[in-house]
Each structure stands twice: as C-alpha cells, then as structure tokens.
Design a protein around this ligand. Structure first.
Ligand code: ZN
Length: 119
C-alpha cells in the first residue's frame, strides 16, 4: 500500500512523501525523489525528519547557539531544556572567554591601601 501525502511538493521540488506498508507494524514514511538530484532527495529526507521531530517534541526545542559569533541552530533534546550551545566547542570557548574577561577585570582593579592613598 502506498498513500501519497504531498502532491503539491511533487510538482515544485520533484519529491513525493508517501506512507508505505500494508500492516500497521511495517508502515513507514518514504521520500520518493524520482528524477531529482541526490541533493534534493537528501534535503527532502532531512526536512521530513526535522518536521517529524519538531511535531513530536515541539518547536520550542529548536534553539540558536549562545556562543559568540556562532548562530548555529540545534535541537535541544535535554529533559530540562537547558542546552545553550550547539556543542562542547562553543560552550568551552564561551566559558574561557568569560573567565579571561573576569581575570582581566580583576587584574585591572587595584584596591586602595593605606600606602597608596594620595596625600
Ligand atoms: Zn555554537
């Protein structure tokens, strides 16, 4: 059994989304991209996967990395929705920058002592 779900996309992008399978246990979605490039087929599959994930977990799970100059989007699959960075590299880089900024601020601050006060 094949049931086509997305006829309008066939005309525009050359891909077709279908439910395939006869029994409930073996039904699955299939992206058919006959006549399309491998890139179009891969893109259609990626969009399908992302759409299904977002429908299941919620759009608010899609986040932008908090790393400076990063802007990478990622899916937050943590239970507490606490993920802030796209990966460990961005998290470490950001934390090191903040640590160095704190150190620089601390070193530039020299508290007044009895001997250093102006007369
Ligand atoms: Zn990042």
């Amino acid at each position: 059994m094949v049931r086509t779900l997305s006829r309008p996309s066939t005309a525009r992008f050359g891909t077709r989304l279908s439910i395939v399978g006869t029994a409930r246990e073996n039904r699955h979605l299939r992206v058919d991209a006959r006549g399309s490039s491998a890139a179009d087929e891969f893109l259609a599959g990626a969009v399908l996967g992302l759409s299904l994930w977002l429908c299941q977990h919620g759009v608010d799970r899609l986040s932008v990395c908090a790393g400076q100059h990063c802007g990478t989007m990622f899916l937050d699959a943590t239970t507490g929705r606490v993920r802030r960075f796209c990966g460990k590299r961005c998290a470490t880089r950001t934390h090191v920058q903040k640590h160095r900024a704190r150190l620089a601020h601390t070193r530039s601050y020299t508290p007044l002592t009895e001997g250093s006060r102006s007369r």
